[in-house]
Design a binder for this molecule. Sequence first.
Ligand code: NAG
Ligand code: NAG
Ligand code: NAG
Ligand code: NAG
Ligand code: NAG
Ligand code: NAG
Ligand code: NAG
Ligand code: NAG
Length: 636
Amino acid sequence: MCNMKLLVVVVVVFNIHLVCSLPIASNTNKLKPFFLQQVHLIESIHSPSLAGQQLNQAYLDILPVDRLLYTYYKNVNLSVEGIEPLGGWESPSSEIRGVFLAFYLQASAKAYLAYNNTHQLAKAQYLVEQLNRVQQILNESGFLAAWPSEHLRRLERLEKVWAPIYCYEKLLRGLSDMNTMTGLTLAGTMMRSMLEYLYNWVVHCVKTYPTSHWHTMIFSTTDYEYGGISEFLYEQYGLTGDRRFLWMGQQFDDGQFLGALSLNSDFLTGIHANSHIPPVLGSGQRYAVTGEPQYRAILENFYSIVWNNHTYSTGGSNGGNDSVGFFQREHYSDANLLSQTLWDNNQEFCVQYNMLKVIRVLIEWTGDAEYANAYERVFVNSIWGTQDPSGPGHMLYSYPLGEGVSKPTSVSSGGIGYGSQFDSFWCCYTTAIDQWTKMSDSIYFFTNQNDVPSLYINLFVASQVDWYEQQHISIRQVTAFPRETTTTLIVNTSIDAVPLNIYLRVPSWIVASDSWIEINGIRRQIELIPSSYILLPITQWKANDRIVYNMAMRVHAEPINDNPQLASILFGPVVLAGLTKSAKTLPRDLSLIRKVNSTVYEPIKFEATALDGSIFELLPLYEIVNETYTVYFPLG
Ligand SMILES: *[C@@H]1O[C@H](CO)[C@@H](O)[C@H](O)[C@H]1NC(C)=O
Ligand SMILES: *[C@@H]1O[C@H](CO)[C@@H](O)[C@H](O)[C@H]1NC(C)=O
Ligand SMILES: *[C@@H]1O[C@H](CO)[C@@H](O)[C@H](O)[C@H]1NC(C)=O
Ligand SMILES: *[C@@H]1O[C@H](CO)[C@@H](O)[C@H](O)[C@H]1NC(C)=O
Ligand SMILES: *[C@@H]1O[C@H](CO)[C@@H](O)[C@H](O)[C@H]1NC(C)=O
Ligand SMILES: *[C@@H]1O[C@H](CO)[C@@H](O)[C@H](O)[C@H]1NC(C)=O
Ligand SMILES: *[C@@H]1O[C@H](CO)[C@@H](O)[C@H](O)[C@H]1NC(C)=O
Ligand SMILES: *[C@@H]1O[C@H](CO)[C@@H](O)[C@H](O)[C@H]1NC(C)=O
């Protein structure tokens, strides 16, 4: 199933690394990710990842190319007769118009890699050709956007304008993905022209204005959203060795914000969450290409501050409450007041999307199961459950965690509840279409250290990893996790004995005493230490070898970080939400929460009796679509 051509593209890129002999810190990474084309989601009785991927693809399918291109055409006075413009944040009057198309290219490249959707690839190739036409007509030294370059002048004049650098970077990324992932050289040429324009603009700004003016343009608190431009530029430096990109990347490093993080100081309270994560990813990339240790520390510290002090049980982390004196909605709240931020407007989807990227970097750097636990927590509770399954193109912006809330009545900067197919296009639509095409990412990692290949089973998702080209082996993971607590791994290989170390993640939530591993029907005595990777005691594998791994789950309470009396109820990694309008007090003895028998064909279900004697159901938060629910409960 591996597409050779695509692997060759990547190998060429790797050679460039060597030619430039940059100090690539990533050589010291503990774990390596697979390419998307090596891992496929497979059918299962229950797979929110696959169901979400398919629903998302249905959405990509119903979006017509000419409507996606409308604002780009309009920007160069090409006829848009007969084309209906899109609405919402993509409408012709929106200053961030055109961004969705940029993400559409990223998602298309991934849909092609992850599940060989050649139709999606063809659609994206057409889009790139049309964008090329627009770039030619603009004839503005490489500039390309769905809005005029005047937006950048407005930035120079410190006039209000909505995130032009962010928009520009997203299109650079879309073209770059089409180039490196699908081999479309036109996209690479267009991207390099766009970069030339950006370089000249940054040089112009640096020559024309004092540093303080540039800082106000880019880092001022009112307009702070320049996206992942530093990450992109450091990556380009790593790929090409062109020092202009290193220099440019540095111009987008906010010394005040990153400096505080390098000192491990938490001043996140009140800052806009999503716009501050991509610059942190930029620091991670800077470390990867220059090896400067403080840039690694920035990403590590950021994660630990967010995770330990600003995160809910779902792994989500933003949604301040205005009435208690700090910024509302999309901002990080006060770590000491987190319990007062549970309402109808938490967890902007983009923030969880970007946190997964941060955590993935940490998994690669350290190989530490602690980060993989975090990845699972976000993935299960903050990615799953964000689409209305009744039809494509209905996704959430914010994810409420308050008392008596519901997804259709959630409040966000985009509007209320799930969005619509053609009139939303919020930032959380852009990141969602990308996220749902890469659901097979981070399920497996590998290393080849000391010439012994090692496979790490990281997430429990029905899937297949194809490692034929390198190691003559593929492994199929069959599971309806978390509706069942077991996962079965089946080996396929055409040779007699494949040397391979297999490591299974032992999650933090496992009940080790009730868990077990069977290899070819034989129960093995293996100590299961929570939050570790366990090495299986077999190092040579043959076709049809079968590993069955049972990870027993239990109901447990996780208090919110500022109030030990207020807790979220979990079953394994799954946050349970009570189908109740009020946060009734629960007894501390959680064994009083009864599991209602269910099969893998229906959601996990529990029943709780509150101290007032009333009985209510608890369901996985991710299984809830429209019902009213409550996530945190006082413990009596
Ligand atoms: C990808 O899809 C194309 C067209 O549907 C098909 O010809 C090709 O064999 C597929 N490739 C893989 C690797 O599955
Ligand atoms: C499009 O038309 C407007 C108004 O006539 C003009 O200002 C602008 O320069 C034109 N743009 C292009 C790319 O031709
Ligand atoms: C593009 O602009 C350059 C000068 O900026 C001009 O010489 C050239 O004719 C233009 N090309 C087109 C196709 O308009
Ligand atoms: C932040 O988390 C750390 C680690 O859990 C803890 O020691 C510290 O008290 C927390 N700070 C606040 C303000 O909650
Ligand atoms: C914000 O928190 C305060 C204090 O807990 C609470 O009274 C208020 O209802 C909250 N606001 C919203 C909109 O939920
Ligand atoms: C959820 O509610 C929306 C209306 O708000 C409705 O269109 C949709 O069908 C409902 N979804 C399910 C799965 O019931
Ligand atoms: C097993 O691997 C061989 C190649 O080694 C492949 O041809 C075959 O389709 C695979 N079988 C399954 C069930 O994946
Ligand atoms: C429910 O599950 C328990 C234990 O798992 C079992 O003893 C009981 O028979 C089941 N009840 C039904 C109605 O299936």
